[in-house]
Design a protein around this ligand. Structure first.
Ligand code: HEC
Length: 177
């Protein structure tokens, strides 16, 4: 009887250590991106810093597809700059092709160049479910050429102008619906 008790205790202790170790181990796995609003995803938060990590760290936007039908440094319209390059992530690319509006987690990164081909700013739109229903759930951000943050959030200036194409999911470049 005593032996069984000892055996049981040993088993319980071993089991506890195993559970503790496993739980502890799980805590040590630091996800490189945070939990986006509402659902657990591998997407960044709607915040300029987190998005920057995503764009120049984990999912380098320079490796993304260009906006279909648009080349690099195409001649753009004001206010963004003379020469523009639009990069789109996979989700945005698929949405643009399907023309059903932009899906959640779409990211569009626009590089804005001066006439002398010098990068002046990077402006991006990132669609986050529930972030801003009135503004198409777009998170807006403007970085300078070194990715320092110039504006972010529900930026009034961006919204005022892009709202004129609200029916096209706030997108100017092409029909997405
Ligand atoms: C005065 C109007 C205006 C303002 C203000 C403005 N945009 Fe735009 N935006 C445009 C136009 C026009 C285009 C299309 C340019 C082109 O392709 O020639 C565009 C294109 C874009 C695109 C590519 C996707 C699309 O909609 O076609 C992004 C991303 C973007 N703007 C982000 C921003 C951000 C971020 C801000 C605020 C910091 C901003 N824009 C402010 C007019 C504006």
């Amino acid at each position: 009887m005593k032996k069984i008790n000892i055996l049981l205790s040993v088993l319980i202790v071993t089991f506890s250590i195993a559970v503790y170790a496993f739980a502890g181990h799980e805590h040590m796995v630091i996800p490189y991106e945070s939990q986006a609003i509402g659902e657990k995803t591998t997407m960044p938060l709607p915040a300029a810093g987190d998005l920057r990590n995503h764009l120049i760290g984990h999912m380098p936007y320079k490796k993304w597809a260009l906006w279909p039908g648009k080349g690099e440094q195409f001649k753009g319209t004001e206010p963004h700059g003379s020469l523009l390059t639009n990069y789109v992530n996979d989700i945005a690319l698929e949405s643009i092709k399907q023309k059903k509006g932009m899906a959640n987690n779409s990211i569009i990164v626009k590089e804005n160049y001066a006439p002398n081909k010098k990068l002046v700013a990077v402006t991006a739109m990132y669609k986050v479910k529930g972030y801003d229903p009135e503004g198409g759930d777009w998170f807006w951000v403007k970085y300078d050429a070194n990715f320092e943050v110039l504006a972010e959030g529900k930026v009034k200036g961006c919204l005022a102008c892009h709202s004129t194409v609200k029916d096209n999911d706030f997108i100017f470049t092409d029909k997405v619906k």
